[in-house]
Design a protein around this ligand. Structure first.
Ligand code: ATP
Ligand code: MG
Length: 243
């Protein structure tokens, strides 16, 4: 196995010996050891069912692994309470879920502003920050609509706006371009990577699409719940060569 571990200062995320099984099922993740530094742009690839979404959920503290340790921004989260993990996630992470998980009763703009409101930002600046990201994502004019009144691709862009608006230290994105056409997907990756660079955020993107991975500078490949390879990509040289 290629094994590439970042050498920067204190890593922002560290997973050591992480294993996970869902109740009574066989192990889904086995002995995952990964570190991610501030500002890294990472693609996570692998076959369907190999454990990519489970890994993101564990790295972000949404679920607790059955074994091993995860540290997020210097805090151990694997043994922490639900409320501690939620608070840390809220202050540190933005998450674009595979199934977008918008709240149907809130408008698109309110959905995007929600993490800021939950962090205690006042309504006006929270809505203004969300509106700025809406503009960048081509969503201006859709802010007042409810998720049920948006197309699948528009809903996904609202979910991306929700992750970006608080300028988090880490952005987790689980197949963020899955519902987007090729051109919109590439524009979205350009925005995600430029925002991440501007804020020195770590960006971790699960994708099946080599052209999406081509925007990133490190590739972690998961197979059968294990890290099969971990290597640098060179976006300047075309990343995976298919952009
Ligand atoms: N809540 C759950 N309960 C039981 N098994 C689960 C649960 N979530 C995921 N799994 C199982 O864990 C394995 C890994 O799932 P995961 O969603 O992490 O895969 P993935 O790599 O993200 O796949 P895809 O590319 O299709 O999104 C699969 O076998 C899946 O069926
Ligand atoms: Mg998945």
């Amino acid at each position: 196995m290629d094994n590439y571990q970042t050498t920067g200062p204190q890593p922002l995320i560290r997973a050591s010996g992480v294993c996970h099984s869902f109740a009574s099922c066989k192990e889904v993740l086995t002995n995952i050891n990964l570190t991610f530094s501030a500002g890294e742009l990472v693609a996570v690839m692998g076959p369907s069912g190999s454990g990519k979404s489970t890994l993101l959920n564990i790295l972000s503290g949404i679920i607790t692994p059955t074994a091993g340790q995860v540290e997020l921004a210097g805090h151990p989260i694997s043994g922490a309470s639900d409320s501690t993990r939620s608070a840390l996630r809220l202050s540190t992470c933005g998450f674009v879920f595979q199934d977008n998980q918008l709240i149907p009763e809130l408008t698109a703009l309110e959905n995007a502003a929600l993490p800021l409101l939950l962090r205690g930002t006042k309504r006006r600046p929270a809505m203004d920050s969300a509106a700025t990201v809406f503009q960048q994502l081509g969503l201006a004019g859709h802010g007042h609509k409810f998720p049920g009144q948006l197309s699948g691709g528009q809903m996904q862009r609202v979910a991306i706006a929700r992750a970006l608006a608080p300028q988090p230290a880490v952005i987790f994105a689980d197949e963020p371009t899955g519902a987007l056409d090729q051109a919109t997907g590439q524009e979205t990756m350009q925005l995600l990577t430029s925002v991440a660079r501007m804020n020195n955020s770590t960006l971790i993107v699960v994708t099946h699409d080599p052209t999406v991975a081509g925007w990133l500078n490190r590739l972690v490949e998961i197979r059968d719940g294990m890290v099969h390879s971990d290597k640098p990509l060179d976006p300047a040289a075309g990343g995976m060569g298919e952009k």
